[in-house]
Design a protein around this ligand. Structure first.
Ligand code: MEV
Length: 397
C-alpha cells in the first residue's frame, strides 16, 4: 500500500557523528562542532508480528519485545506537531512497569526511548508495525549510536503517524529524538540528535539555541575505536560533579573549550589552505582540556602517543570519552601514505581498530520498500553498502 502511514515496509536511517570540538562543554551552554559519519543505524518498519501488538527488535543487543497496543499509556492528544518540550516524568513512570523484565541497560534505555516516542507521537489507532533496528555503528563508542537510533525511531513514527510529508518534518524529528536521547542519557545537550537529523556538519549551542549546518571540508580524518565500553550518562554526570565541587577551576576549562569551538568555526567558514594544521592545533588543545576534566582513558592516551610518535596528525578523544573513539586530524595529507597508516595501526594497543573516515554524511532519510522484507532477511544484509542499496532514499531536510 502507498497511503502514508499505511505503507507496510520501509526503512529509516540516520548517521552517527564525531564531535570535533566542544564535547562536555556543550552540555553547559558552550558552542560545539560535530559532523555526520558514513556509519549509520537502519530501522526496518514492517507488518505487525502479532495483530494488535507493537514489536521492537534490537538484534544488536539480542532483544525482541512486543507490547499490546491497547495497554500502552498514550499521551491523550497524540499531537505530534507540538514542540516536544520537556521530558514528561509521569509518562516515564507509567512506562517503567512495561520494561521491568529487560536484561541490560542498553535494552532498557532503547526500549524506554522507543515507547516514550511511540506513546507521544502515535495513538492507539496508528497502524501496528514491527520495528527492528540494526546499527552499523559501534554501540557505546562515542559515535552517536543512541542519537542515530532515536532519530530513526522519531522518523519512523512520524511516518507511521502519516506526517512524513510535513514541511517541518526534520524539526519534529529533531525535537522528538531529543526526548528519546533524554530517556537514554538524562542530560544530553542535543548536538548528537541535531547532527544525526541534519547530516553534514553542525555548529551547535544549547542556550541560546544555535544549530547552523555547514558543509565540512574534505579533510582526512583517522578514527580509532579503542573498543573500551563506557556510558555517556556516567561521564556527563562525572563532569557535572567536578563542576559542582571545583567550579572556579572547571568553569574556565569549559569556557576555553567554547573558545576553541568558536575559533574552529571561524577557520571552517574561511576556506584556508592550512585548515588541517589550524584545526589540528585546536584539537590538541581541546584534548588537553578534556584530560583536565578527567574524561580521558589510558588507552586513549596510548592512541594519542602512537599518533604523535609517527607524526600522523593531531589527536583528541571524541564524544564523552572514558574509552570509545579518538580522532586524528591529518594536517598534511601528502604525508598520509599506506605505510604511515600501517605503522600507526601496529603501534595502537589491541584491540583498537583504525579507520579512515569522510565526514559530512546525509542526515535522516527513508526508503519505501517495493517488497515485504522480514527481519531475518534484513539482518542478513551486511555492511552499509547493502543497507544503502535497499532503495531510493528521501532525506528530510
Ligand atoms: C556525547 O556525544 C557528547 C557529550 O557532550 C554529551 C552531550 O553533548 O550530550 C559528552
Amino acid at each position: 500500500m502507498t497511503v502514508e502511514g499505511k505503507e507496510t515496509s520501509y526503512v529509516v536511517s540516520a548517521p552517527g557523528k564525531v564531535i570535533l570540538f566542544g564535547e562536555h562543554s556543550v552540555v553547559y551552554g558552550q558552542p560545539a562542532i560535530a559532523a555526520a559519519v558514513s556509519l549509520r543505524t537502519y530501522l526496518l518498519v514492517t507488518e505487525p508480528r502479532v495483530e494488535g501488538y507493537v514489536t521492537l527488535d534490537l538484534p544488536d543487543t539480542g532483544m525482541s519485545k512486543s507490547w499490546r497496543i491497547s495497554e500502552l499509556p498514550f499521551v491523550a492528544d497524540g499531537d505530534v506537531a507540538r514542540e516536544a518540550g520537556r521530558l514528561d516524568h509521569g509518562l516515564v513512570e507509567r512506562l517503567e512497569p512495561l520494561l521491568s523484565d529487560l536484561e541490560n541497560t542498553y535494552q532498557h534505555s532503547a526500549s524506554l526511548a522507543f515507547l516514550y516516542l511511540y506513546c507521544s507521537m502515535c495513538t492507539a489507532h496508528t497502524p501496528a508495525h514491527t520495528y527492528g533496528a540494526r546499527s552499523v555503528l559501534p554501540i557505546g563508542a562515542g559515535l552517536g549510536s543512541s542519537a542515530s537510533y532515536t532519530v530513526c525511531v522519531a522518523g519512523a513514527l512520524l511516518k507511521a503517524a502519516g506526517l512524513a510529508g510535513r514541511a517541518d518534518a526534520a524539526d519534529l524529528i529533531n525535537s522528538w529524538s531529543f526526548m528519546g536521547e533524554t530517556c537514554v542519557h538524562g542530560n544530553p545537550s542535543g548536538i548528537d540528535n541535531a547532527v544525526a537529523t541534519r547530516g553534514g556538519a553542525v555548529y551547535f549551542q544549547r542556550e541560546p539555541k544555535v544549530a547552523a549546518s555547514f558543509a565540512f571540508p574534505p579533510l582526512k580524518l583517522i578514527l580509532t575505536n579503542t573498543a573500551i565500553p563506557r556510558r555517556t550518562s556516567d561521564l556527563v554526570a562525572g563532569v557535572g560533579k567536578l563542576k559542582d565541587r571545583l567550579p572556579a577551576i572547571s568553569q574556565p576549562l569549559l569556557d576555553a573549550m567554547g573558545e576553541v569551538a568558536k575559533e574552529a568555526y571561524e577557520i571552517l567558514k574561511t576556506d584556508n589552505d592550512d585548515v588541517g594544521q589550524r584545526l589540528g592545533e585546536l584539537a590538541r588543545i581541546n584534548h588537553g582540556l578534556l584530560v583536565a576534566l578527567g574524561v580521558s582513558h589510558p588507552v586513549l592516551e596510548q592512541v594519542k602517543c602512537a599518533a604523535d610518535a609517527v607524526a600522523l596528525g593531531h589527536t583528541k578523544l571524541t564524544g564523552a570519552g572514558g574509552g570509545g573513539c579518538a580522532i586524528t586530524i591529518v594536517d598534511d595529507e601528502s604525508k598520509l601514505t599506506d605505510e604511515l597508516l600501517a605503522s600507526f595501526s601496529k603501534a595502537v594497543p589491541e584491540p583498537c581498530e583504525v579507520f579512515e573516515t569522510v565526514l559530512g554524511a546525509q542526515g535522516v532519510g527513508y526508503t519505501v520498500l517495493d517488497r515485504q522484507l522480514d527481519m531475518p532477511e534484513f539482518l542478513k544484509l551486511s555492511g552499509s553498502k547493502e543497507y544503502d542499496a535497499l532503495g531510493e532514499w528521501h532525506y528530510w531536510k
